[in-house]
Ligand binder design. Structure first.
Ligand SMILES: [Zn+2]
Length: 231
């Protein structure tokens, strides 16, 4: 070994020892995960939201439309891929059939809505989908989004998917996995087309190493979402 190689090897060993586990690549920086929003005085701010560590996030599928690719199947796949990515006990997704239990609702944008019309709700969107939450007046939390039938709600995110030409099971699966990244708190987009959280046409349905690093970094921040507290 040359001295240069020897130094590199030692550096890698030290880096591994300093990390929780060697599974997440150490040399990939996270991308911006904060939500662009307005402060009460109108200035632009970036807000950080995520669930408490280890929280399981129930997602309700509402508004399936006959003849279209299956939202539930797409969500089932998204639950699996994010579960594999959340190796440090970050929040996990699961499917619920009970509107009163849901923290997020997934539906076609032209289906009969189960949530009230949005008021002052913000969030990342692309041509094919959007994930929105409604900021509290101080902008530092998210309001519970009421259900139209008056059932007590714990919903903090509404995910809309738009039917587009060429939307098949594969594309819907990738899109729903992307939107679930937003539900987990990555409320911005990657600038790398190979990442799941890229805002353009998706080349993958799985969180990339950069997506995983970003999720891990997000969950090291103090901000948390608590549907029980209404923020
Ligand atoms: Zn997005």
């Amino acid at each position: 070994l040359t001295p240069g190689v020897r130094r590199g090897g030692l550096g890698a060993l030290l880096a591994l020892a300093a990390c929780d586990a060697p599974v997440v690549p150490l040399d990939i920086p996270p991308y911006e995960f904060r939500l662009p929003a307005s402060a009460p005085d109108g200035s632009a701010v970036l807000r950080t939201f995520h669930w408490g560590p280890g929280v399981t996030v129930p997602v309700l599928v509402a508004g399936e439309v006959p003849g279209r690719p299956d939202l539930r199947r797409a969500l089932e796949r998204a639950v699996v891929v994010w579960d594999r990515a959340a190796i440090f006990g970050e929040a996990r997704l699961r499917i619920t059939d009970a509107p009163s239990q849901a923290y997020a609702v997934l539906e076609w944008d032209d289906a009969e809505p189960i949530l009230t019309a949005p008021v002052a709700c913000v969030g990342p969107s692309t041509g094919s989908a959007s994930t929105r939450g409604c900021l509290t007046p101080d902008g530092e939390g998210l309001e519970v989004w009421p259900l139209r039938d008056g059932t007590p709600s714990r919903v903090l995110f509404r995910v809309h998917v738009r039917m587009a030409p060429g939307m098949d099971e594969l594309r819907l699966g990738r899109l729903v996995a992307h939107e679930m990244g937003h539900v987990l708190g990555i409320l911005n987009h990657s600038t790398d087309p190979t990442d799941l959280m890229w805002p353009g046409s998706l080349s993958t349905g799985d969180p990339s190493p950069a997506d995983r690093v970003t999720l891990r970094t997000l969950y090291r921040t103090p901000r948390t979402l608590d549907p029980g507290a209404g923020r």
